[in-house]
Design a protein around this ligand. Structure first.
Ligand code: DI6
Ligand code: FE
Length: 402
């Protein structure tokens, strides 16, 4: 297939192009599931002219969007908890009363793998409608060996039911279940590590994540889990500095983490550690917004240090019931003063890096033919509109959605 008359945001750093790698009146040749050629129409080699043509009519074409942080597999919802918070209850009070993450754990444990898949698909469809072609999905609402593996199996099956790449992340270290209350380290040894081994034995794990927080796990609790990840040759990520500064980012950076995520309470030392390790900072404005957080992540310091920033939905039933990547981009700009260019890098090239993927996130020969055609003519429009669905056509692995 040959895309013609596209306004192309390649998201590649090229001499003479802006940060979007913008090429007006461009063509993109696709061969199978790969990009064969991309550049100005005037330079299109004859070899590609005979391909069936899709005239973009000047529309913006970007890489397919990548949501590098979701908890899209879960049962139940937490709308009642949302209502309770608005009547004055705190997140902590609700958690102590058995709500919060643990209420989702109860519902998820009671659901079958088929049921979890069926409940996830409408959320995935919403992400796809906002332009997603690659979606990361975490476990973390099972908190037992069997239930964590069940969640990861359901997550992997999403890719057989929808045209999307799914990357699965093991997050058994998400919360301490009631039977291990006050014994976080014992939970890591008895459940988190064995569930990682079991899931990896089934080939269900692309990365290992954890929640480093006073209400979850300390870096000391997590050291044996990250050592196990390394022994299995799996990359690590970390929910870090969301509610307090636990120096989780620096700990993750020492383990060569692909990403650290949230980061509202990241210190200058943490920023420096990320810069030195080349770890991606994943910015999650949906959770900041939902929890009415007031401290923003240190975007200017991350920018100044050259830390690559990604933007994701954190789609989950508690702190971020958000299923639109373009709305996440809008929030990152308006709430955190990221630029629209940074927001789009954050859902393309930098999101790919946060997942350790080198074959997508930009438009260049040899990369996957995952593309979005938008009813827009400038890439800043994607961040500018509030929750609009400007997607015209999505192309996944060289195939346009019908
Ligand atoms: N931080 C979050 O914002 C989500 N997980 C995490 O570690 C919250 C998940 C939930 O409330 O269900
Ligand atoms: Fe999360």
């Amino acid at each position: 297939m040959l895309l013609t008359h596209a306004t192309l945001a390649t998201m590649t750093a090229q001499a003479g192009l802006d940060g979007y790698g913008l090429i007006p009146d461009a063509a993109v040749a696709l061969e199978g599931d790969r990009i064969a050629w991309a550049g100005p129409m005037a330079d299109l080699p004859d070899a590609w002219r005979a391909l069936p043509e899709l005239d973009c009519g000047g529309r913006l074409v970007t890489p397919g969007l990548i949501d590098c942080h979701t908890h899209a597999v879960f049962a139940g919802h937490r709308a009642v908890e949302f209502e309770l918070r608005l009547k004055g209850a705190s997140y902590e009070e609700i958690a102590r009363a058995g709500g919060g993450i643990l209420s989702t754990v109860t519902a998820t444990r009671a659901s079958s793998e088929d049921d979890l898949l069926a409940r996830a698909l409408p959320r995935i469809d919403q992400l796809i409608a906002s332009g997603a072609t690659t979606i990361e999905v975490k476990s973390g609402y099972g908190l037992s060996i069997a239930d964590e593996v069940k969640m990861l199996r359901a997550a992997r099956r999403i890719a057989t039911a929808r045209p999307v790449t799914v990357r699965t992340t093991h997050l058994a270290a998400h919360a301490v279940p009631p039977d291990y209350k006050g014994r976080a380290m014992a939970y890591i040894i008895d459940v988190a590590i064995p569930s990682l081994r079991a899931a990896q034995a089934e080939g269900l794990v692309d990365a290992v994540d954890a929640f480093c927080e006073t209400i979850a796990f300390s870096t000391a609790d997590l050291a044996p889990l990250f050592a196990q990840a390394r022994a299995l040759d799996l990359p690590v990520k970390l929910h870090a500095e969301q509610l307090t500064d636990q120096q989780g980012a620096a700990f993750a950076a020492r383990h060569g983490a692909l990403s650290v995520d949230h980061l509202e309470y990241l210190s200058p030392d943490g920023v420096a550690a990320l810069a030195a390790a080349g770890t991606v900072a994943v910015i999650l404005p949906g959770a900041f917004y939902t929890l009415r957080e007031t401290q923003a992540p240190p975007i200017a310091a991350l920018r100044a240090a050259g830390v690559p920033m990604a933007v994701a939905t954190d789609l989950n039933p508690g702190s971020s019931p958000l299923a639109s990547l373009t709305l996440a981009m809008n929030m990152a700009c308006t709430l955190f003063r990221m630029t629209p260019e940074e927001a789009l890098l954050g859902t393309t090239a930098h999101a790919a890096r946060a997942l350790g993927l080198t074959d997508r996130g930009r438009i260049a020969p040899g990369l996957r033919a995952d593309l979005c055609l938008w009813d827009a003519d400038h890439p800043a429009e994607l961040s500018y509109r509030i929750g609009a669905t400007a997607l015209h056509t999505r192309i996944f692995g060289g195939r346009p959605d019908v």
